[in-house]
Ligand binder design. Structure first.
Ligand code: PEP
Ligand code: MG
Length: 530
């Protein structure tokens, strides 16, 4: 699927990446009476119910949010808004139908206004319309937005915006909308990037899964190519660096003095450009598949060696964990992964693919053994499900190390660990002879919850904080303790500061995050008290 670039107007600054949630209006059904007096009473009660509900919300909000809600209360208290609806009801039309007809005329009037200020208020009237309709039908018509998602819609109401948890990231991409709308004000206040006026959001076939929103430039890219995404993530890192906080250089410690190692997740040496290695305790995850992705054809042993060496040189002796190729799933690589695999997340990905293509795997293992002489390299295998996969990979690593030595090439045999990202590996972690465990919470969560990591509609279920996922994490930490090997966590949950206390409570003492997240994570760790 080719990526889709859309240009709109910047409405709230910042950069965001996330799964796409398409907002469509819910339609509620209601059984009407044929008595106009009863219908008028039902409308009056629904308007009063909506007004009371908003008044209640005002009590728990301040500033701009409260002002916006007060504007809606004032609209609902103005008889002029409902008068046309009562007029139609007296002619025998049901209350919900009458209210919708009257408000739609009002909304059309606002949308056609000369003045942008009035055009920008249309979403508030839509909000009022839907809230009263919800009271009339007894059904909640406010669209639910999963935290962290990119909301793609024609327009979005303040209620829908306020119902979402924006502390988890996310952004808004609107076909219509206005930078001076109430939602845009709310987005700016909550730090959610927003782009409006993108024009019709129409797709051929499947709606997009992922989007990159640039709230500074006013652009949105749907279904980005891996390289576009990588460059965008790099820009996010640089943008965050502009707001660098001095605490980044301090080692992380909890409020009661426990030392927590904070490592970096990267995809290429370029991700380290301009970064001081003193901000971290090493590199916890190098996703090598992006190296394969960007090159023309698969990179040869020398090309890989040069890249791995650059990363080790940057780390100045700190540990560096490089993961062998994790192609497949959401990371297809032309010429390597299986085209049109029916269920790629459950197919030939990660270590399974490497073992099926030993000629590619051997080249990577050789490059890693050669790089290992330049620093504290550790090698990690992705998508391990059973101990025999580790054993086979370990035998291949031994064989490549032996043959390099026989060829007189400088090399070392790095320790070999596994990612714990399949529930089977977490449940039986102790049975693996791994030199270390690194928990891949992104995949561990999706496989435990049966909720894909890239489908916005199930984003709420894709929750690492779910007790079932946390139990698997604890079990892995216990296995590491019993076997005396290190356990780290390198999935996105490591950067989710709402989970920091919980993750440390499982016994984890090593977290690996994108460079952008280091300062925030260290600040969150400093607040943890056991
Ligand atoms: C994970 O699954 O948590 C992980 C770190 O690996 P990736 O996100 O590259 O699949
Ligand atoms: Mg993974």
């Amino acid at each position: 699927m080719a990526e889709i670039h859309l240009i709109g107007r910047a409405a709230s600054p910042g950069l965001a990446i996330g799964p796409v949630t398409m907002l469509t209006a819910a339609v509620a059904r209601r059984t009407a009476s044929d008595d106009p007096a009863q219908e008028a009473a039902a409308l009056r009660a629904a308007i009063e119910g909506a007004r009371a509900e908003i008044a209640e919300q005002i009590k728990t909000n301040q500033g701009e949010v409260a002002d916006i809600l007060e504007f809606q209360v004032a609209m609902l208290e103005d008889d002029a808004l409902a008068d046309p609806a009562y007029g139609v009801i007296s002619e025998g039309i049901a209350a919900d139908h009458a209210w919708r007809l009257a408000l739609d005329v009002e909304i059309a009037g606002y949308r056609a206004a000369e003045d942008e200020y009035f055009r920008a208020r249309a979403a508030d009237i839509v909000d009022i319309r839907d809230r009263v309709l919800a009271h009339l039908s007894g059904v909640d018509t406010v669209a639910r937005i999963a935290g962290g998602s990119i909301v793609a819609a024609d327009d979005i109401t303040p209620s829908a915006f306020l119902a979402a948890d924006w502390s988890r990231g996310g952004a808004i991409a609107l076909a219509a909308g206005s930078p001076s709308s109430h939602v845009a004000m709310l987005a700016r206040a909550r730090g959610a990037p927003m782009v409006v006026g993108l024009g019709p959001l129409s797709w051929n076939g499947q709606p997009p899964a992922l989007a990159l929103v640039d709230g500074d430039a006013g652009t949105v890219i749907f279904d980005p190519e891996p390289e576009t995404r990588r460059l965008f993530e790099h820009r996010m890192v640089n943008a965050a660096q502009a707001a660098v906080d001095a605490g980044r250089l301090e080692s992380a410690r909890t409020a009661d003095g426990q030392r927590i190692a904070v490592l970096l997740n990267i995809a290429a040496p370029e991700d380290l450009a301009g970064l001081d290695p003193a901000i971290c305790d090493g590199i916890g995850l190098v996703r090598t598949e992006f190296l394969f992705e960007a090159s023309q054809g698969l990179p040869d042993e020398d090309a890989q060696y040069a890249v791995y060496r650059r990363i080790l040189d940057w780390a100045e002796g700190r540990p560096v964990t490089i993961r062998t190729l994790d192609a497949g799933g959401d990371k297809p690589i032309a010429g390597l992964t299986i085209d049109n695999e029916r269920n790629p997340f459950l197919g030939l990905r990660g270590i399974r693919l490497s073992l099926a293509r030993p000629e590619v795997f051997r080249g990577q293992l050789r490059a890693l053994c050669r790089a290992a002489v330049h620093g504290a390299l550790k090698v990690m295998l992705p998508m391990i499900a059973v101990p025999s996969e580790l054993d086979r990979a370990s035998a291949l690593l031994d064989a490549e190390f032996t043959s390099l030595r026989a060829e007189g090439i400088a090399c070392a045999r790095p320790p070999l660990g596994i990612m714990v990202e399949i529930p089977a590996a977490a449940l039986l972690a102790e049975a693996f002879g791994a030199a270390f465990y690194s928990i891949g919470s992104n995949d561990l969560t999706q496989y435990t919850m049966a909720a894909a990591r890239d489908i916005g509609a199930v984003a709420d279920l894709n929750d690492t904080g779910n007790p079932a996922v946390l139990a698997l994490i604890s079990q892995t930490v216990d296995a590491g303790r019993k076997r005396g090997v290190e356990v780290s966590l390198c999935g996105d949950a490591a950067a989710d500061t709402r989970l920091t206390t919980t993750l440390i409570a499982t016994g984890l003492t090593t977290l690996s995050v994108a460079p952008i997240a280091v300062a925030r994570l260290k600040a969150a760790i400093a607040k943890v008290r056991s």
